[in-house]
Structure formats: C-alpha cells, structure tokens
Design a protein around this ligand. Sequence first.
Ligand code: ATP
Length: 447
Amino acid sequence: MQNLMPKIISLAKRRGFIFPSSEIYGGFGSCYDFGPLGVEMKNNIKKAWWDEMTKNQENIVGLDAAILMSPKVWQASGHLTAGFADELVECKSCHKRFRTDEIGRGRASASCPECGGELTEPRKFNLMMRTFVGPVENEAALTYLRAETCQGIYMNYENVLNSMRLKIPFGMAQIGKVFRNEITTKNFVFRIREFEQMEMEWFCRPKEAEKYFDFWKKERLNWYLNLGLKKENLREREVSEKELPHYSIRTVDIEYKFPFGWGELEAINNRGDWDLSNHSKCSGKDLRYVDEEKKKKYFLYIVETSGGIDRVFLALLCDAYQEIKGGRTKTTKPTKEVEILLKLDKRIAPIKVAVLPLVRNKPKIVKKAREVYQLLKPHFFCQYDELGSIGRRYRRQDEIATIFCLTVDFESLKQEDLTIRYRDTMKQERVKIKDLPWHIKKLMCGI
Ligand code: ATP
C-alpha cells in the first residue's frame, strides 16, 4: 500500500496506540510512549511470547533481572570495546552523523546525504548508554543501562541451574527494556533508543548447538506466522561472516517486509561459549557445566532467540492495516469514504469486546448494556461506547481491531439476548446474554 507508514503513524496517534515522548517539548530523541491501546497490545504480544516460551515448552524458565549491572559485565561481554559500535562519518558542514553502512560503506567520495557536504573519515561510536550510580559522578560510579537482556541471564546461569535443578538442554527467557545510543533513529518505532527485547537463551552441549539452532529458527518463524503475519512478508536471512555480531558463530535474522524495506524482527544466534567462557575468565568463577552423563566439565553453548517487541508491534500494525474504499457495508448505499480495518489476531487485538447500546437516550437499553459490560469485564478487555450512530461505532471499533461488537437493542429487553457482530466477516447473530461469557471464550480459544 502506498504511503503506509504515515497512515500507520497517524492511526497510532489518533487512536491511542503510540505517542511521541515529551511531545509538548517537541519530542525527545526518538523515544515513544505507548498509549492506552498500545500498552494493551504490547502486553498481548509479550504474553503470547511468554506463554510460548515458558508455558508451552517444558524446559524453559523465566527471569526478570535488573537493568543496572556491574560495569564488569559489559567489559567481559565485549560491549565496551569496538564489538558493539557503529561506524560513523560526520558531515563537515551540517555536522550530522551517518552510519557508514547506511550511506554506502567504502565509498570514499560519498558526500552528506542531507546537504552534500564533505564527510569525515569513519570512526567507531559505542552504543552503550552511560549512567552513574550513587551520589558522585566519577569514573568509579560509572555504569551502563543494559543494551541486551541476555547478560542478566548469564549472570544468573548458576543460580537458576542450581535452584531449579535443571538438566541440559534447558532455556531461560526474559522480557525487558534495553537502551542503545543509536546514531540514526528512524522509521517510527523500528529503530529507537529505548526498546523492549524478548530473549531466550538455550543452553546445550556444543555438539548439539547446530541442531538446536535449526530447531529454534523454525519455531520462531512459525510463531510469527501463527500470530498472523503474512508468509510473503517474512523471510530468513543468513548473516554473512563479515556482518556477524562479535559474540556469534552463526546468525540468521528473521526479517519482515516493512513499508520502508526488509528489516530485522529477531536474530537467531549461535553464541557458542563466548558468554560463559568470558564471564568465567573475567569473574574468576568457574561456569563450566558438570556433565554427569559424559563425565566431563565444559562450557555449554548458547543458542539465542533475540526479538524486539517494538518492531513486532510495528510489523503487526502494518500487516493488519486495510483500507476499504466505499466501506464494507453492502446493505446501505456505499459512500465514497475509506474505511479502515485492523485485522489483528484475536490474541493481539487490544480490545476484545465492545458493548454498544443501540441508542443512548433510552435508559432501559443503557442500563441493560451496562449490565452486559459488567458481566463481561472480568473476563475480557471490554469497551463501553454509546457515542454516535451504531454504524460509526462499528467502524471505530474496526479501526482498532476489536474482535466482537455487542449491540443491545429493544429486543434485548424482552428476550434477554443481543446481537454479536464479528469483525472480519461482519456476520451478525443473536446470542442469549447469560451465554455470552462462555460463547466468547469458546470463540477466543477457537473451540
Ligand atoms: P539492527 O541490525 O537493526 O541494528 P541488531 O542486529 O543490532 O539490529 P540485535 O542486537 O540482534 O539487533 O537485537 C535483537 C533484536 O532487538 C532485533 O532483532 C530487534 O528486533 C531489536 N532491536 C535492536 N535494536 C533496536 C532498536 N534500536 N530499536 C528497536 N528494536 C531494536
């Protein structure tokens, strides 16, 4: 669809999904706030991932580690050295900075894409965000906001292994905020400085790492397909040796075809023994695994699935967005207006049920609709809406992906039933009010 990004950005703001941070002060360095519908949708994405990893898999456990860690962690992980740095050039006239990989690496003659000015020689720029812990702001108090959640997992490898009595292979999963001082931020929430990751670290025997790499690559791609992303908009990309992150033996990116081009949603990494062996060396703590079966002591390999929630959020919005010229209603005369339909998966949609009294000037209908709302509220995320014509309210709900609209009308007062309207088919049918919780639950679970 042409100009999809501006449409997505506009919908996100208009309907309370995503707002620019600190907007009344002109925004702030590519940070975004998730609004009332955005936070619901984000929580739904996280829940889908968390359930998939920790509930549906037998041997993966969860963790929630602190954002702040000893700076020694980042020294050992390689993030403070050139390993976690982007190569930059600066324009000598307008002083804007660009990543060399974005403007064409190695093109000596490349000029500033903004003003055509002369560019400096490339230099490395570290992405770690610095902060100080305690009252004195000196080097001794310096630490970093985490740039990936997985380091918290490695720090707790032994604690979890011992407290949970795990046997290999096993996994540890974590969701959390991370920070990167990105040079160029663009494409809405695709590249931001504060974002959320969902990472799973799979600890296994070195010889089995390749096998599990293939297993997780397949699982993760299926997860995205299962969430409803279109197959033709997803692909795997083998990352070349030259581009490999400093910790990786092999990386395959799962990419989505965004309106601005293919972009990474998640990386599957074979991190080998990089993390455990380096942390052993730097901390002096032996993190080798005692393999009773093989009668050996060695470092486990780690296969990692590392996804970004904000990017998945954006991909889901782009994939679900549809415009219908003249509207979908065939029973009334088509108008020229364009209707928006957001066809999000039922697990992801922020609002599951909208309760709508047919009219708002009949107290008995309003009262009945409020009763229905109270009945369903404990079970599903519901919205009560009585403003505007019923057609307009349906369209407002379609635009934010609400799965079911329930309309309470005059018949409802006599027959204790109402009309349920399904978002995707617009099919309508009567359902007894007392059956609603179970009826909707069945539809939500696909039973
Ligand atoms: P890119 O190549 O796009 O900079 P990356 O290879 O540095 O990404 P990873 O370090 O593999 O990213 O991080 C894992 C996941 O975290 C990515 O697949 C992505 O979904 C997410 N992510 C990384 N950087 C950002 C960012 N600046 N904004 C939003 N999400 C991000």
